[in-house]
Design a protein around this ligand. Structure first.
Ligand SMILES: Nc1ncnc2c1ncn2[C@@H]1O[C@H](COP(=O)(O)OP(=O)(O)O)[C@@H](O)[C@H]1O
Ligand SMILES: O=C(CO)[C@@H](O)[C@H](O)COP(=O)(O)O
Length: 510
């Protein structure tokens, strides 16, 4: 039977999955790498780390499966979205990549909005407003702040597309990830020459753009050797990690939503047509499914807030094995009542995207009293993260998008207590898949479709994805969270000015 690889270049590490054409997972491997923060709000990674992690994890899955190199027919690539890899004429990376959660480009976002003729005109061209994490403002930042590097620039690539370049020698992206550059005409699924012109950027900077299941090349002999595969192995378009995760969760038709609690938090909904939130709070992007779109709300520091809380603050848990640390912390949270006795946490530790689009937003605990313990604080971190996802759900529902099913995914949703919390905060039934392998599984399926094992992405999902269990909302907890949600929502409005003043203070005291 043919086999396929799905590779997800995540923020905390790379995950590689080897599947059979029927969707059975044969082997998986992970490799971590650091994220650098040279200044508050700046986030960078070395693309070489991604490539070394790719070589290592592919080697590991091939060894543990015992397969022959020729058994792997195609590879699907997924990755953290919006990042910028700057490459020179000789194919050398010019400087560390700027990531999706980097907040240095406020001035460049204003520059783009102005050049486009205002926010409305920009949304008309590329379906989205300018946000600091997106790729286009990063290109302008390089031009404004590192002119010498900009002069060397020949191509700008998204993280997974840099891995494709190293694998195939080809400069290609695909529509789902390209949507997050702010340079794609999302409706037409082609680059926006109009916006590139207004920004005075050369079209040659951009790679070719294709649909997600299209074959983009085969492995070069050097890459085949490094990866232990053959030069016949195809590489398909793949997808940005959100669309890839949605394919991996079977979110490929109307009425199905998915939530993901990873480092970031994502509320994702499929749409048959491009659909907009006029206020620009949700992103409107191409789906990895040909001719389909999606909307999503993104929280920048979702599971990342719990990670910060457990690793940086609860140092008392530091002696516990990493895998067990979250369980130990969340068990304390589970022992206290829903609502954390009125303690609220705002998870805006590195600014926020949905619904505030504010790089200066900052995190806070509000409502603390003498009854509160460590368990209450952990629970309120988890509740704050979940209430932030509800912000996105409310916007989606306000656009009259039918919500028939919510599928929970990501590291946080593996925890049954957090799935119950999601059901209670959203007031909706939550489903979970039998095997949840996220984005890497989604792009392995895209590779199978690209290789001809399935007629369509939808049929690949129907054949391979099974829902395992449902979590029903608890009526009392739902009422409790319904009471807290408006208070939570109001807090940002009340604290916005102070958050911004503190963000200024933090940058000046750096
Ligand atoms: N056992 C657990 N209980 C609760 N949350 C968890 C658990 N394990 C992981 N998480 C959460 O999941 C996040 C990692 O999710 P993952 O999907 O692996 O992240 P990413 O791919 O974005 O790096 C962690 O930051 C943490 O918040
Ligand atoms: O910015 C977004 C989506 O718009 C993030 O979802 C990134 O794509 C990073 O994802 P993780 O590494 O947290 O999975």
């Amino acid at each position: 039977m043919s086999h396929y690889l799905g590779i997800d270049i995540g923020t905390s590490g790379t995950k590689t999955l080897l599947i059979k054409a029927d969707g059975t997972v044969v082997a998986e491997a992970n490799a971590e790498y650091p994220m650098h923060q040279p200044r508050p709000g700046w986030t960078e990674q070395d693309p070489e780390d991604w490539w070394q992690a790719t070589i290592k994890t592919v080697g590991n899955v091939m060894r543990s499966s015992g397969l022959k190199p020729a058994d792997v027919k195609a590879i699907g690539l997924s990755g953290q979205m919006h990042g910028s890899v700057f490459v020179d004429k000789a194919g050398k990376v010019i400087r560390p990549a700027l990531l999706w959660n980097d907040q240095r480009t406020t001035a460049e976002c204003d520059e783009i909005t102005q050049a486009a003729g205002g926010r409305k005109a920009l949304i008309k061209m590329v379906a989205n407003p300018a946000l600091t994490g997106f790729q286009a403002p990063k290109i302008l930042w390089l031009r404004n702040k590192e002119k010498r590097n900009f002069d060397k620039l020949a191509k700008v690539l998204l993280p997974k597309d840099d891995i494709r370049r190293r694998m195939t020698g080809n400069y290609v992206s695909e529509v789902s990830d390209a949507s997050g550059t702010l340079l794609l005409n999302v409706v037409k699924r082609t680059w926006s020459k109009k916006l590139m012109g207004k920004l005075k950027l050369d079209m040659d900077l951009l790679p070719e753009v294709v649909e997600s299941d299209q074959v983009t090349g085969t492995l070069t002999s050097e890459a085949a050797k490094l990866l232990g595969l053959t030069t016949d192995c195809k590489v398909v378009g793949g997808a940005g990690d959100c669309a890839a995760g949605a394919v991996g969760n079977g979110v490929v038709k109307k009425g199905v939503l998915s939530t993901s609690i990873g480092t970031s938090g994502v509320m994702f909904v499929h749409s048959d047509q491009p659909q907009y939130d006029a206020a620009g709070r949700l992103h409107t992007f191409c789906h990895a499914v040909n001719g389909k779109w999606h909307m999503m709300g993104v929280n920048l520091t979702s599971g990342g807030s719990l990670q910060w809380w457990v690793d940086s603050v609860l140092q008392g848990l530091a002696g516990i094995d990493k895998a067990k640390r979250y369980e130990a912390a969340t068990a304390e949270a589970e022992a206290v009542a829903a609502g954390s006795n009125g303690l609220l946490f705002l998870p805006y530790l590195n600014g926020e995207r949905t619904p505030h689009a504010d790089p200066n937003a900052r995190g806070s605990f509000v409502g603390m009293n003498l009854t509160h313990t460590r368990g209450h604080m952990t629970r309120s971190v988890m509740e704050g993260i979940t209430l932030a996802l509800r912000d996105s759900l409310d916007i989606i529902e306000s656009l009259e998008v039918p919500v028939k099913q919510i599928r929970a995914s990501g590291g946080g949703s593996k925890n049954p207590f957090w799935r119950q919390m999601q059901a209670d905060v959203f007031g909706k039934k939550i489903t979970r898949l039998e095997v949840e392998q996220g984005a890497a599984f989604g792009v392995a399926l895209l590779a199978a479709v690209g290789d001809g094992a399935y007629k369509s992405i939808e049929s690949a999902c129907t054949a391979t994805i099974k829902v395992a269990e449902e979590t029903k909302p608890d009526r009392k907890a739902v009422a409790n969270y319904n009471q807290l949600f408006p208070i939570y929502r109001d807090l940002y409005q009340q604290l916005k000015g102070s958050m911004s003043a503190l963000a200024d203070y933090q940058s000046s005291s750096h």
